[in-house]
Design a protein around this ligand. Structure first.
Ligand code: HEM
Length: 316
């Protein structure tokens, strides 16, 4: 049951996504149901003290955003206690870019690519019953208890009222390097300026399975979608190489700046459609941590982009 340490080939990864969740031609294999948006980011003086990244200059930075519902199914219901995503591309001076894909949980569903692959394989529907084999699912989860943490988090939270009223975590640690060469590791969160808002079970039921896109368009028109880009600072002995272990409670939080969403696409198009948000695309002044999940994302995202572009990119 223990996952091996051998790297997972990106095509094998994508094939497993399709075997486990189904193949939806043209759609992202994860975060399939989404909408493009644009925004503007203003970095803070505190951010400039932590990192030389040009994103924090204090000049407005244009951002290509994408909001999505977790999973491979483009018809995933908006009124379930499931994952929401906020992917961002900061277009920096001189052609530099910063890409990230943030999720509405403080932890991911696996701590290594091998474990993630093993989890997906354990969830693959049996060809006869068309459902996952409960004994296989349980055996893998018993041997790899981290894979249950994210689901427990979502079960503990209400259905988000809007894409604009939920926290989005980067989940990995990154190093912030300033002009004197000091490297501060931390984990970031995008926190809605207007606060968190969830739905009661009755409200969620009444909203139905497809309300998030229109809700976002309306809130953006009203100028109500903005996030504080906050960084929790790691201390010397904190674990900074795991996407399933958050930093300890109470770590100092620094505001890196303000992200305002200024437009949301009226249809399924937009610049985000053909972007793959590769979290290893970092600006000078921000560096990856040793989290094995972080580096492991680049290749499967590129393969995923290749597949969906070949099929004709879609997201709604
Ligand atoms: C080895 C581990 C992982 C694999 C194989 C994987 C795979 C994928 C793939 C294939 C896509 C679709 C890419 C595209 O078509 O453009 C995707 C999207 C996404 N993933 Fe992962 N993923 C991994 C880890 C993670 C982790 C740790 C996070 C936590 C932050 C994450 C968050 C996201 C988000 C937010 C999206 C949607 C981005 C968008 O809107 O384009 N993934 N992932």
């Amino acid at each position: 049951q223990s996952p091996s340490a051998a790297p997972v080939d990106p095509n094998t990864f994508l094939n497993q996504f399709e075997s486990t969740f189904g193949k939806f031609e043209g759609f992202r294999r994860s975060g399939a149901k989404g909408i493009c948006a644009t925004g503007e980011f203003l970095g803070s003086a505190d951010a400039r003290a932590l990192s030389t990244a040009s994103a924090f200059s204090g000049n407005p930075v244009p951002v290509v955003a994408r909001f999505s519902v977790g999973g491979a199914n483009p018809k995933a219901p908006d009124n379930a206690r499931s994952q929401r995503n906020l992917a961002l591309q900061f277009n920096l001076p001189n052609g530099e870019q910063w890409q990230m894909g943030n999720i509405s949980a403080p932890v991911f569903g696996a701590s290594s690519p091998q474990q993630f692959f093993g989890r997906l394989a354990s969830l693959q529907p049996d060809p006869v019953t068309k459902t996952p084999d409960a004994a296989k699912v349980k055996a893998f989860a018993d041997a790899n208890p981290e894979v249950l943490l994210q689901g427990k988090y979502f079960a503990s939270q209400p259905v988000p009222a809007s894409f604009g009223t939920v926290n989005y975590w980067g989940v990995h640690a990154f190093g912030f390097v300033n002009a004197s060469g000091t490297r501060q590791f931390g984990k970031w969160i995008f926190e809605p300026v207007g606060g968190l808002q969830g739905l009661t079970d009755e409200e969620a039921k009444a909203k139905g399975p497809a309300f998030l896109f229109d809700d976002l368009r309306q809130r953006v028109k009203d100028g109500k979608v903005a996030f504080n880009f906050n960084l929790e600072l790691a201390q010397a002995d904190d674990k900074i190489d795991s996407a399933t272990v958050p930093l300890p409670e109470g770590r100092k939080k620094v505001n890196l700046g303000l992200l305002k969403i200024t437009s949301a696409a009226e249809d399924s198009g937009g610049e985000c459609l053909t972007i793959t948000y590769n979290p290893m695309v970092l600006p000078k002044g921000v560096e990856p941590s040793g989290d094995p999940m972080l580096a492991a994302r680049a290749a499967p995202y590129a393969v995923g982009l290749g597949r969906r572009l070949t099929e004709g990119a879609k997201q709604q």
